[in-house]
Design a protein around this ligand. Structure first.
Ligand SMILES: [Zn+2]
Length: 431
């Protein structure tokens, strides 16, 4: 009656030794000991089984383009944007599809099965949108890909920004993006937020804006985004990505702003790897960290999920499609190392991201889709510490990726013969 049973799984909520029965691509049973047979069995052996990872903020049109046509010398956000502007006219649909599919292969091997990607609409050829719409269909059997129409060069600032964004939505891109802090003036930024929220309301779409990705504490477009969200009745459907200016804002102002964001039910998407790399670049010392106020936003009840943002592109030469690496950086930058805090950070790359993306049937309950990852770690804390091997990745109950456990052999007199980097070093109570 089950297609697959995963035996002896530890779950992110702390439950241990649970069997997960899968039928028809969904979780059909979740109990201590399933007394039944299945066509296929996976022995998790007391290792962590999580819902697959979700990345709510990525740029799949730029990924794996590192070095084309040259490297980012200053390492700044602004040079990255101008470098992307040099590369963009040379992009072809085939090259875009090839790079995107290669990234999706990597993502699957990392247990990352849900991705929201921004699609640059600044070049009116819209070859980016054409390519990623095709990729969305190709990868549908294994990755759920959401696309955001993103006016990288400014909705008003780019010559055909307004018309190109509308056209991308007409083509089937399903989320409205924006970049108010990059418009020519604060006023044009404010007007862009209003116009883009109106488009979303009229078309019944969600909004996900790059918002205040700057160290300027006076960059307050998130205030407008929250207000317009309420005005257009878009609560819960709007995401503010980055929000790095909040790092530098005055505390008194933030004490007014966060409740406003909570009222609008804004989904907050920091991008820890990119924020720590790109922000504070104009500072000497002390240097600001530039990541938004994760702890405070979570404490206020806002839904905070982390994005990977970039992998080997004009903005960031690193990255491996590993959402645990993202959460690992967030843990350090936001100084959230407590046990409960680690669980909150793990949630930020799983259940919180799923909520941001509005995913149906995501999670570890009976009836949820069996989109799962078995990790070479025993619990959430160890997963964050080790960024361990993804032993099995399952989409709708079918194995789509498998990695052998990483076990080192030692050749030391009087010392153990092998080391399982996770299991042999998990802190345990004595006895
Ligand atoms: Zn971005």
């Amino acid at each position: 009656m089950f297609d697959l049973i995963i035996r002896s799984a530890n779950l992110p909520d702390g439950r241990k030794g649970v069997d997960i029965g899968v039928a028809g691509g969904r979780i059909a049973a979740l109990e201590r000991k399933i007394d039944a047979q299945a066509g296929e069995e996976i022995d998790a052996g007391g290792r962590l089984v999580s819902p697959a990872f979700c990345d709510p903020h990525f740029h799949m049109d730029a990924t794996l383009s590192l070095g084309l046509p040259r490297m980012n010398v200053s390492g700044t956000l602004l040079e990255g944007i101008s470098l992307w502007g040099e590369l963009r006219p040379t992009l072809t649909k085939d090259a875009l599809i090839d790079r995107a599919l290669r990234y999706c292969d990597l993502a699957v091997s990392q247990g990352l099965l849900f991705i929201r990607s921004h699609v640059d609409t600044s070049d009116p050829r819209l070859v980016t949108a054409e390519a990623l719409l095709e990729v969305r269909e190709i990868v549908r059997p294994y990755i759920e890909l959401q696309l955001v129409a993103f006016p990288q060069d400014g909705y008003y600032r780019a010559p055909e920004g307004v018309a190109a964004l509308e056209r991308a939505l007409d083509m089937g891109v399903e989320i409205v993006g924006g970049i108010p802090h990059f418009e020519r003036t604060m006023e044009e930024g404010r007007r862009s937020v209003e116009a883009l929220c109106r488009i979303a309301a009229e078309r019944g779409l969600a909004v996900d804006m790059h918002c205040d990705e700057t160290d300027d504490p006076m960059s307050r477009h998130i205030e407008t985004l929250a207000a317009e969200t309420v005005r257009f009745g878009l609560q819960g459907r709007v995401a503010g990505s980055h929000l790095t200016s909040m790092h530098s804002m005055d505390n008194y102002y933030v004490s007014k702003l966060i409740p406003l964001m909570a009222e609008a039910d804004i989904n907050v998407i920091p991008n820890p790897l990119i924020n720590i790399m790109l922000q504070g670049r104009h500072d000497t010392y002390p240097k600001r960290r530039g990541m938004t106020r994760v702890r405070e936003l979570m404490a206020a009840g806002l839904n905070v999920s982390f994005g990977h943002d970039c992998v080997m592109d004009p903005w960031y030469s690193m990255g491996s499609g590993d959402m645990l690496e993202v959460a690992h950086m967030a843990l350090h930058v936001s100084q959230m190392g407590g046990v409960a805090e680690k669980k909150m950070l793990f949630d930020a790359v799983t259940v919180n991201s799923a909520r941001t993306m509005g995913l149906e049937g995501y999670g570890l309950d009976v009836g949820c889709k069996a989109d799962l990852v078995v990790l070479q770690a025993e619990d959430v804390q160890e997963a964050l510490r080790l960024k361990p091997a993804r032993l099995f990745v399952l989409k709708a109950g079918k194995v789509v990726s498998r990695t052998a456990p990483v076990v080192s052999e030692l050749f030391l007199e009087g010392r153990p013969r092998t080391i399982d980097g996770g299991r042999d070093f998990v802190p345990r109570a004595a006895g």
